[in-house]
Design a protein around this ligand. Structure first.
Ligand code: V47
Length: 350
């Protein structure tokens, strides 16, 4: 049986087969991913009305790909007060947002309550807002910094009103690549341990992959395989988000950025390999809006959201600092031949 037939029949493929997909004709590969997308989601493309808040850029860890952290190339440190964060939340709530996505650097100076109590404040004032917050990298940082176990931190997150966890900090799971690009931060095993424990609490999370830097195709496939393995056990991942590495203002110093073809191939392959993860997000912030629209033909069924403000990827060159207008976003999805559908953070249609 050919690989194409195997995939068309819905059979699971292994590591070597997944790697072979990179050699397949570009449009044939896109067609295969698209047929899976159509079976699962038809022509619907999901988005949500959300706001990213990055409350501090002071960081105890050093990741070579990061342009956001203030301890490196960016001399402008900031740490928001809870009042400043609440002002932002008040504003977005009045304009119809359903989700706040809160991710910080690893700031050793704020105390643990600064990280956790803000969620309770948001939930108390806006119980209808979904709070997606704290990556596994932050959980690991808080655990190390304040001598608490992962279980204790995760329980505090639940108590304080965190609804789901974002997928950041995954980077590339291969240990050698990880050691080079972000040594000292949460390890791959720890990243999975934290998400497994979170899923065991009945909660959902996302998972990212940072690609287009020093990793090989095999590292990307390995990354996907590890995700598929945990998802078989817990079913807790809502969405896979391949993040395209942005080249500016960081220490990885990649001279040849990844091509659009390779990005689309990787999206399509992830749709095929991750047969147990329902949603594939083309995160327009790192892929550009135009390529995210094309990615809809290569398996992607989610375009994230309006975002409004974003600091991590835009620091490294992404053109995302001010988000995108809702009407423009819907029109773009429609004009590209898909049906824009607003979703909540757990992928219920609104
Ligand atoms: O973990 C850092 C990445 C991530 C760069 O869960 C970079 O819904 C590209 O995780 N080039 C944070 N990427 C963002 C993130 C995310 C984004 C959108 C949605 C969700 C979700 C999660 O940003 C970090 C890191 O992998 N990042 N530097 C860079 N130079």
């Amino acid at each position: 049986m050919s690989l194409r037939d195997k995939i068309t029949r819905g059979e699971r493929i292994d590591f070597d087969e997944a790697l072979l997909l990179y050699e397949m004709d570009f449009f044939e590969l896109g067609d295969l991913a698209d047929s899976i997308r159509k079976k699962k989601h038809g022509k619907k493309s999901y988005y949500n009305i959300n706001r990213h808040i990055n409350p501090t850029n002071v960081c105890a860890d050093v990741c070579k790909f990061c342009a956001y952290s203030a301890t490196r190339k960016n001399p402008n440190q900031y740490t928001m007060t809870h009042n400043q964060i609440m002002e932002i939340v008040k504003d977005i709530d009045s304009r119809g947002a359903t989700e706040v996505h809160i991710v910080s650097a690893h700031n050793p100076n704020t105390g643990m309550d600064w990280y956790l109590e803000i969620f309770k404040k948001i939930k108390t004032a806006y119980p209808h807002l979904h709070v997606k917050a704290l990556t596994a990298a932050e959980v690991d940082f808080l655990s190390r910094q304040y001598g608490k176990s992962y279980d204790e931190i995760l329980d505090l997150m639940v108590e304080n009103g965190v609804d789901s966890m974002p997928g950041g900090g995954a980077e590339i799971f291969d240990e050698k690549v990880r050691d080079f690009i972000c040594k000292g931060k949460v390890t791959s095993d720890q990243w999975f341990e934290i998400h497994r424990k979170w899923h065991e609490r009945g909660k959902k999370s996302n998972v990212t992959m940072l690609f287009g830097h020093i990793e090989s195709r095999a590292h990307r496939i390995d990354h996907m395989m590890r995700i598929r393995e945990l998802q078989d056990k817990t079913g807790g991942f809502n969405c896979f988000i391949p993040l395209v590495y942005q080249t500016e203002n960081n220490y990885l110093n990649i001279k040849e950025p990844i091509t659009a073809n390779e990005i689309l191939k990787t999206m399509a392959i992830s749709r095929i390999v991750l047969d147990n993860v329902a949603n594939l997000k083309a995160y327009w912030v790192t892929s550009t809006v135009n390529l995210a629209l094309v990615a809809q033909e290569f398996g992607a069924n989610d375009l994230d959201g309006t975002i409004e403000k974003e600091s991590i990827n835009s620091a490294a060159g992404a053109k995302s600092a001010n988000g995108v207008k809702l009407e423009d976003f819907r029109a773009l999805i429609k004009n590209s031949g898909f049906i824009p559908v607003e979703r909540d953070s757990l992928y219920n249609e609104i």
